[in-house]
Design a protein around this ligand. Structure first.
Ligand code: MBD
Ligand code: FE
Length: 251
């Protein structure tokens, strides 16, 4: 059975790529290098990384065209469903003495008029202090720094975690090889990934970045959008520490 949408886009892709090949006089060895690159990325488990770095932001923006409210940002290659369900007070799953500066991530979920949206689910995942993701990179406990939790009845949420650093795409792999051939760096600005889900409002996927962070203006994955850059506020006053039952800052 012919799927009209598939037929329309695949035939246009075919036409577009053939025209592109003619325009650049792509030789057979260049063609084979391109297919080998994709095969190599699959063998090394980098295919999502390769595609997401170059193309996911476009799909994300197109899907966002009709949306209002906070913009979405790319899911990226490292999301996994089924992260641990957390219970308040919320703390991201982490190792004893998880390296990294203590971070309290807080905010509020509202509708377009600013009214609180109660009890949305947040599914949060981010890199550790070395820029590595659990269940992807070896040597990290499963589900480390991945968790699902809820905003309260006033739409507010707060969770304790650690501050991730900028993420560097492995330079040794096929994605890194392409980026270096283009003379680009391999960094994404430090970020938190989040999916927000609510029975009445549906689901969105986005990211939060940090004000003043490196690479905000030249994210290798072109995924920073207005309204997604959060303020980092240092909370090491005696009062703030006392609220946490601490006598000294973690960092
Ligand atoms: C990431 O952490 C990421 O978010 C993207 C888009 C690509 C590579 C690593
Ligand atoms: Fe990421």
């Amino acid at each position: 059975m012919v799927n009209q949408r598939v037929k329309t886009v695949i035939e246009d892709l075919e036409t577009t790529l053939c025209a592109f090949m003619r325009k650049h006089q792509i030789s057979h060895s260049e063609y084979r290098a391109a297919t080998d690159l994709i095969i190599q990325s699959i063998k090394l488990g980098e295919e999502s990384l390769l595609f997401d770095v170059f193309f996911e932001a476009e799909a994300s923006d197109i899907s966002n065209n009709e949306r209002q409210g906070s913009p979405e940002a790319i899911e990226g290659p490292f999301y996994l469903r089924g992260a641990p369900q957390l219970y308040p007070p919320y703390v991201m799953p982490q190792r004893d003495n998880e390296p990294g500066e203590l971070l309290f991530f807080k905010g509020a979920i509202t509708d377009l008029e600013g009214n609180p949206v109660p009890e949305a689910e947040l599914d949060l995942w981010h890199a550790d202090a070395l820029g590595l993701y659990s269940n992807i990179h070896p040597g990290i406990p499963d589900w480390n720094l991945r968790g699902r939790f809820y905003a309260n009845k006033q739409g507010q949420y707060e969770i304790q975690s650690i501050l991730p650093p900028p993420y560097e795409i492995p330079k040794a792999g096929p994605t890194g090889a392409v980026l270096s051939a283009l003379g680009r760096h391999c960094f994404r600005p430090a970020h938190l990934h989040v999916k927000v889900k609510h029975p009445a409002f549906g689901e969105m996927t986005s990211q939060l970045y940090f004000e003043g962070g490196e690479y905000l203006d030249n994210d290798v994955a072109s995924a920073v959008r207005d309204g997604l850059v959060a303020k980092l506020v240092y909370r090491d006053s005696a009062e703030d520490l006392a609220i946490r039952g601490l006598t000294k800052p973690y960092y």
